[in-house]
Design a protein around this ligand. Structure first.
Ligand code: PMP
Length: 594
C-alpha cells in the first residue's frame, strides 16, 4: 500500500482548506457512515478489512456531500416558493438564492455575465438546446457539422436530428494514436461549409483532454460555432470559458458532487441574444397575446421555460462552494496519484503469468477514467461479478457506440474515480478482480456434469425444480455466481445466422438474441444466446421456466418468485444492465400476441 504522499505539493490560499483525502471522504455519507465505517451494499461479506461499497462509477454520477443533501432539506423546510413570480417574501428569498447560484456558476467558469448562464436539465439538454435553437436557425442544406468520433451520444444524436431536418451533413474526426481528436484530420475536414464544431473537452471513455484550444482557434478561422461538451471536465479541473473562447460549453451538476437533473449551458451573449427560444411557457415570455406576436424575455430567462429545478440549483450552489473551498491543484494531484496507481495495478495484473488487461487506447488518461477490456472475458460478466463484492464499475458502450465501433469492440469496462476514493479501495478492487478471473478460468475448465444438463431435461416439466434444487444446496453469492456460469456452459449456442437484428433483444448492455417457435399443440419453445457468460447462465434459468409451455402456462408462471427463491432477484431489477428483464418481457410479450 502506498501512502498518501501527494498532499502538500502546492502552496495554497490561506482561505482554502487543505485537501486531506480521508477528511474529504467523510463528507460523503453514501461512501462512509458517520462513524467512519462503510455501508454494506449487497450484504456480502468483506475480504479482510476492506470496505463494502467501492464506488468507481463517478463518470456516470458522483456521490453527494452532506452540504448538498442538507441543502434540499433546508430549502423545502424553510424557503420553498416559486422563483421570479410572486411578490411575497418567501418567493423573494427563493429567487435571491436561485440567482445567487447563477452568479456562483458564472464566477466558477469565468463567464462574462450571468446572462450567459442558462439552467438546463443537464449536458444533454444543453446540447439539444443549441442544436434545436441555433442549429435550426443557421443550418441549411449542404452545411457541415464536425463531430469528434469519440463523442457521447448526447453530442451526436441532437446533431443527427437537426441534420435530418435541415439537410446539413455530419463529418466525423477520427482520433490520433493516443485517443485524442486528430488535429490533422480535423484540419482536412474544416472548410467554409463548416458551420458547427462539437467536441468533448474529454471523452467519458478515453479520459484524455482533447486539443480544444487549437480546435476553437481553427474553428474561428472559418467562422464556425464551437460547442464543447464539458460533462467530464468540470469535475476534475477549473474551466475558464473566456480563456477557452468557445461559443458554448455544456455540463451537468451531478458529475461534480451536485444534484441530478440539473445542468448549465454557457453561451456567448451575442449568440444567445440572436437565438430563438427552445421551449415555450413560463418565465421565457415578455408578452403573450392572440392579437399581436408573442414576445420573449431577456437572457437568460428566454431559455428557461417552466418552473426550474429550484432546490437543485440552490443545492448546486453548495456543491460549487464545497469544491471551491479546496485548492483544485491539490485535488487534481491526488486524483492523478489514484489514476497512476490504478492504471499500473491493472497493467501488471496477471493470471497464469499472463497479462490480462488491454487498455482501449495507449497511455495514461488525464482524468481518473480508465477503460479496458479483459482477454476472453465479457465486460458484463466482470462488472456483475465485481458488484457482488460491493464494487460499482461500469460496463458496456458508455453511450459512445460509434467509438466502440471505431475501436472494434462491443464494449469495455470503465473505472472512474473521484477525490473521495482511496488507494485501499483500488487494492481491494484488484484483489477481487484477480479472484474473479481465477474463478472464471476455473469455471471454463470445469467439466459439465451430464446428469445436471438442463437442456437434456428441458422436455421434463421439472426443469425449474432441478435448478431450484441445485441452488438450494448453495450458500453465498460466490457459489451462486459460479453455478450461473456453469449453467451458461450448458446453453446450446445459436448459429451465427440467427444472431441478427430481428432476434436481437433491445435493453441488454450485452448482446442477447431470442428465437421463438410454437408447435401444433400451441406449445412454445425458445432458444436464446448472449455474448456474456452470465447472461447465458441466466438464460438457461429463464428458459427452464418458459420452455415447452403454452401461452397460458407462461403467463401464469411467477418468474419473480422463482428468481427470488434462487437468490437472484436483483437480476430482474429494471436498473440492471443485464437485460434479463428485457428477455422475460420479450417472451411474455410474444406469447401474449398469440
Ligand atoms: N457528455 C459526456 C461526455 C458525458 O459523460 C455525459 C454523461 N455520461 C453526458 C454528455 C450526458 O450528461 P447528462 O446525462 O448529465 O445530460
Amino acid at each position: 500500500m502506498i501512502k498518501l504522499l501527494c498532499l502538500c505539493f502546492y502552496n495554497i490560499n490561506s482561505q482554502m482548506k487543505s485537501f486531506k483525502p480521508e477528511i474529504f471522504r467523510q463528507q460523503f455519507p453514501l461512501v462512509v457512515n458517520n462513524d467512519g465505517t462503510t455501508l454494506p451494499v449487497n450484504g456480502i461479506s468483506q475480504i479482510g478489512s476492506s470496505p463494502l461499497l467501492v464506488y468507481f462509477d463517478n463518470g456516470a454520477t458522483t456521490q453527494k456531500p452532506h452540504c448538498v443533501i442538507d441543502s434540499y432539506h433546508t430549502f423545502y423546510q424553510a424557503d420553498n416558493a416559486n422563483v421570479h413570480r410572486a411578490s411575497h417574501a418567501l418567493s423573494a428569498r427563493a429567487t435571491t438564492a436561485f440567482e445567487h447560484a447563477r452568479n456562483t456558476v458564472k464566477t466558477f467558469i469565468n463567464a462574462k455575465s450571468n446572462k450567459e448562464i442558462i439552467w438546463t436539465k443537464g449536458t444533454t439538454e444543453g446540447i439539444n438546446l443549441i442544436a434545436m435553437s441555433l442549429g435550426r436557425k443557421i443550418l441549411k442544406s449542404g452545411d457541415e457539422i464536425i463531430l469528434a468520433l469519440s463523442e457521447h451520444h448526447a453530442n451526436i444524436v441532437p446533431w443527427q436530428l437537426i441534420a435530418e431536418q435541415t439537410g446539413a451533413v455530419i463529418k466525423t474526426v477520427t482520433l490520433d494514436a493516443m485517443g485524442r481528436v486528430d488535429m490533422l484530420v480535423f484540419q482536412q475536414l474544416l472548410n467554409c461549409k463548416t458551420k458547427v464544431i462539437c467536441c468533448a473537452h474529454l471523452s467519458n471513455v478515453i479520459g484524455k483532454i482533447n486539443p480544444i484550444n487549437e480546435l476553437i482557434k481553427k474553428a474561428k478561422s472559418v467562422g464556425a460555432i464551437t460547442v464543447i461538451d464539458g460533462a467530464q471536465a468540470v469535475a476534475h479541473f477549473p474551466i475558464d470559458v473566456q480563456s477557452l473562447d468557445c461559443d458554448f460549453y455544456a455540463f451537468s451538476a451531478h458529475k461534480m458532487y451536485g444534484p441530478t437533473g440539473l445542468g448549465v449551458l454557457y453561451g456567448k451573449q451575442s449568440l444567445l441574444d440572436n437565438m430563438p427560444p427552445y421551449q415555450g411557457g413560463g418565465e421565457m415570455i415578455k408578452q403573450v397575446s392572440f392579437n399581436t406576436p408573442t414576445t420573449f424575455n431577456s437572457l437568460p430567462f428566454k431559455f428557461e421555460a417552466g418552473t426550474p429545478n429550484i432546490a437543485g440549483v440552490i443545492a448546486f450552489n453548495k456543491a460549487i462552494e464545497f469544491i471551491s473551498a479546496y485548492d483544485a491543484k491539490q485535488i487534481h494531484g491526488y486524483e492523478k496519484q489514484l489514476t497512476i496507481y490504478c492504471y499500473q495495478a491493472l497493467q501488471n495484473l496477471k493470471v497464469s503469468s499472463k497479462k490480462v488487461v488491454e487498455f482501449i487506447v495507449p497511455g495514461l488518461p488525464d482524468i481518473p477514467v480508465i477503460c479496458f477490456t479483459l482477454n476472453d472475458h465479457h465486460n458484463h460478466d466482470i462488472a456483475t461479478a465485481l458488484d457482488s463484492y460491493g464494487i460499482a464499475i461500469r460496463s458496456g458502450h458508455h453511450c459512445a457506440m460509434p467509438l466502440m465501433e471505431y475501436l472494434n469492440i462491443s464494449g469495455c469496462l470503465r473505472i472512474s474515480l473521484a477525490a473521495y476514493n482511496t488507494f485501499e479501495e483500488i487494492d481491494y478492487f484488484i484483489a477481487c478482480l484477480t479472484k474473479i478471473l481465477w474463478q472464471e478460468n476455473e469455471i471454463s475448465l470445469a467439466c459439465t456434469n451430464k446428469n445436471e444438463n438442463i437442456d437434456q431435461n428441458v422436455k421434463n416439466v421439472q426443469a425449474t425444480t432441478i435448478i431450484m434444487t441445485q441452488f438450494a444446496a448453495i450458500k453465498g453469492w460466490d457459489s451462486r455466481h459460479r453455478q450461473i456460469m456453469l449453467l451458461g456452459k450448458q446453453l446450446n449456442r445459436l448459429d451465427k445466422n440467427y444472431r441478427n437484428a430481428q432476434t436481437l433483444i433491445s435493453g441488454c448492455e450485452s448482446l442477447a438474441w431470442l428465437i421463438a417457435q410454437k408447435n401444433n399443440h400451441n406449445v412454445f419453445h425458445f432458444q436464446a444466446d448472449s455474448d456474456a457468460k452470465i447472461i447465458r447462465g441466466l438464460l438457461v434459468i429463464v428458459l427452464a421456466a418458459f420452455n415447452d409451455k403454452t401461452a397460458a402456462q407462461i403467463q401464469a408462471f411467477d418468474i419473480e418468485n422463482y428468481f427470488k427463491s434462487l437468490g437472484l432477484i436483483q437480476h430482474l431489477s429494471p436498473s440492471r444492465g443485464s437485460g434479463i428483464l428485457a428477455i422475460v418481457e420479450k417472451i411474455t410479450g410474444i406469447t401474449q400476441e398469440y
